[in-house]
Design a protein around this ligand. Structure first.
Ligand code: GDP
Ligand code: CA
Length: 315
């Protein structure tokens, strides 16, 4: 069996631990297509927060408390940059993490596409599944905000990390998406998958930027396999993070049914055949979609693998 997962960072990474566990038991082959909309250049380095969260988590090198970055991290370089008064000071890069960005940026500067760079980095981390960026092209999520400096677009990381999403926001824009092409392998993986899973990632700023790459949404809508999504919203709130703020910006109710409705039924040109909601949200309905209620808290790998089994078997 072939499984493709569309995933963001922390939620996506935790979900992929369960997918890998399920695949170990069943012999399934897994491809993860990961969001690049959060990527940014900092101090001359190309940083890919979601790819790194997934790679470190699957490779056993992530900090389990923070959820992002490396375990046993040190912050000498951040302190030195601060001593120079260098901005941006709101985005901290740890010393170990910086080594990843140095390798990545050197390879990108030498002309390798991000997908090849990601494969090279993964030879160290052995994630146990195929990791693909959604695109090799530049695609950045920006938030259009209004403050005392007027209306302007700021990078998603500035909106999320610096402003904690607490700034009047009109909309999100996926800069570069129109001209982006799916990374090599993405469309083939979706087209030959038995099941496509939408991880319980942020639908607005993790899954939507993947689908914004021309051809990817179309490939999922037309996929010969079944498509199942997992709700990141339980009992009307995100389990972690600020997906509620992102959903408010696009005018979608923060609920399992709201997000299911945003993705929509495949029968009606949307994405979903099946939508998994938490047991506490049993009764949530999405027109045209087979909605199943199961435990959706990713408390450990076994619980997450059970979620994945439910999603795959329903699909
Ligand atoms: P990010 O890119 O690091 O923000 O991570 P993602 O977009 O991949 O995932 C963020 C989403 O994961 C949030 O909206 C959370 O609600 C969701 N999430 C985190 N933990 C859990 C969990 O245990 N169960 C479910 N269903 N969703 C979760
Ligand atoms: Ca992210």
């Amino acid at each position: 069996m072939r499984i493709v997962v569309l995933a963001g960072g922390i939620g996506g990474a935790r979900f992929l631990l369960g997918v890998r566990e399920y695949a170990r038991r069943t012999g399934a082959e897994v491809t993860a297509v990961v969001n690049v909309g959060d990527d940014l250049r900092l101090h001359g380095l190309q940083v890919c927060p979601d790819l790194d969260s997934v790679m470190y988590t699957l490779g056993g090198g992530a900090d389990p408390e923070r959820g992002w970055g490396r375990v046993d991290e040190t912050w000498t370089i951040r302190g030195e940059l601060a001593a120079y008064g260098v901005e941006p000071s709101w985005f901290g890069l740890g010393d170990k993490d910086i080594a990843t960005h140095l390798v990545r940026t050197t390879m990108l500067n030498a002309g390798y596409p991000l997908s090849i760079v990601t494969e090279a980095l993964a030879t160290r981390w052995e994630p146990g599944l195929r990791l693909l960026p959604a695109t090799d092209d530049r695609l950045e999520t920006h938030a259009v905000v209004t403050d005392d400096q007027g209306t302007r677009a700021i990078h998603f990381q500035e909106w999320w990390v610096r402003h904690r999403a607490e700034i009047p926001t009109d909309r999100f824009v996926f800069v570069g998406a129109d001209a982006a092409k799916p990374a090599p392998g993405v469309l083939d993986a979706i087209g030959s998958a038995d099941v496509v899973l939408l991880a319980p990632s942020n639908p607005v700023v993790s899954v939507a930027p993947i689908l914004a790459v021309p051809g990817i949404r179309e490939a999922v809508v037309a996929a010969p396999g079944r498509v199942a999504g997992v709700s990141p919203i339980i009992g009307g709130a995100p389990v972690r993070g600020m997906a509620d703020r992102c959903l408010a910006v696009i005018g979608v109710e923060c609920s399992a049914a709201g997000v299911g409705g945003l993705y929509g039924a495949r029968a009606e040109g949307g994405l979903l055949d099946t939508w998994l909601v938490d047991s506490t949200d049993a009764g949530a309905a999405v027109p045209g979609v087979d909605v199943r209620a199961v435990a959706l808290r990713m408390v450990d790998e076994a619980a997450t693998a059970a979620m994945v089994a439910a999603a795959v078997e329903a699909a």
